[in-house]
Design a protein around this ligand. Structure first.
Ligand code: F6P
Length: 350
């Protein structure tokens, strides 16, 4: 065991560089060299990798994004490309490949593992929708960003006595919207896992005004189904290499509907890629470094075909096939937290 490759795939997020630094430091302790693959599987397809030096990784743990670059390249789409990638792993003489990514990247890693590449996975996605890990890298930083944005929307919404709708990422899972909405005090939280009752939304808005709370902040997940059309709103019909359409626009649809039904002044804002940017939170820095260490420990033990995941305070290995192929949705036990801040409970008690 001498040369370890590392790549980041899929959407970027804060904390990826902390993983890279953790991998590098641990690898150095074991006397391994680390090769950084450029732009995820796209780079690997062209054999683009460079030997990382201490200078490359110095203090990157607090930098957002990924110093390696990333792409949404799906190598498993063509047998030809899979074969080229395997040849390149051999040409680069990589004894192991650490892939940091979400369901798409880890799904492709599983294919490579099945074809004989010694792979270890690290879970990354702000969506937090990977099974078997309590959290994935980037999630808690995105929550900080969302909470901060909602805090700012409160002050402008309150001043203008408006209904303000914030559209939050997360694809078909509501983790970002639920946790971000809770942290940011959203009065109404709409997640894909719980059907939207538009009458109830309008009732809360009206009731808040009648009770002297003339503004309402709504956090809506981009993957929420519009009750009036029964459809999820897409920003474009184009699909990426993994077959995903780009979601976006539900907040605008709700803006029109709520305006029509309540006569309130309504504004909507899409938080967008700001949620994936910026400096990782302390939690994501620490988590990233720990996941990086553990991934290299698995390489040392030659325990391939595993993903390192968070379970309570521990980092443990789980089989890659158990992590890929399904989306972890917000469980029903947590649905009751979607209307903690309606203000109605508080008024009712007083
Ligand atoms: O999966 C992470 C994510 O940020 C989703 O929440 C979002 O729908 C998607 O990526 C956006 O992808 P892109 O960066 O390709 O626009």
């Amino acid at each position: 065991m001498r040369r370890v490759g590392i790549l980041t795939g899929g959407g970027d997020c804060p904390g990826l560089n902390a993983v890279i630094q953790g991998v590098f430091v641990r690898a150095c302790q074991y006397g391994y060299e680390v090769y950084g693959v450029e732009d995820g599987y796209k780079g690997l397809l062209y054999g683009k990798a460079r030997k990382l030096t201490p200078k490359d990784i110095e203090d990157i743990y607090w930098l957002g994004g990924t110093i390696l670059g990333t792409s949404r390249k799906n190598p498993a789409k063509s047998q030809e490309e899979l074969k080229t990638i395997i040849e390149n792993v051999k040409k680069l003489r990589l004894d192991a490949l650490i892939t940091i990514g979400g369901d798409d990247t880890l799904g492709a890693a599983k294919k490579l593992y099945d074809m004989g590449i010694p792979v270890v996975g690290v879970p990354k996605t702000i969506d937090n929708d990977l099974p078997l890990t309590d959290y994935s890298i980037g999630f808690w930083t995105a929550i900080e960003t969302i909470a901060d944005a909602l805090g700012k929307l409160h002050t402008t919404a309150r001043s203008h006595k408006r209904v303000m709708i914030a559209e939050i990422m997360g694809r078909y899972a509501g983790w970002l919207t639920l946790m971000g909405g809770l942290a940011g005090g959203a009065h109404i939280i709409l997640i894909p896992e719980k059907p939207v009752d538009i009458d109830e939304v309008c009732r809360i808005i009206k009731q808040r005004r009648e009770r002297g709370e003339p503004y309402t902040l709504i956090a809506v997940a981009e993957g929420v189904m519009v009750p009036t059309t029964g459809e999820i709103v897409t920003a474009s019909t184009e699909k990426d290499e993994f077959g995903h359409v780009r979601l976006g626009g539900v907040s605008k649809v709700l803006e029109e509907e709520i305006k029509k039904r309540t006569g309130e002044e309504v504004r909507s804002v899409v938080l967008g890629h700001i949620q994936r940017g910026g400096i990782p939170s302390a939690y994501d820095r620490v988590l990233g470094i720990r996941l990086g260490f553990k991934a290299v420990d698995l390489v040392k033990e030659q325990k391939f075909g595993y993903v390192v995941v968070v379970k309570g305070v521990d980092i443990i290995p789980v089989k890659i096939d158990e992590v890929v192929g399904t989306i972890r949705k917000v469980p029903s036990e947590l649905h009751e937290f979607t209307d903690v801040f309606t203000g109605l409970t508080v008024n009712h008690k007083s």
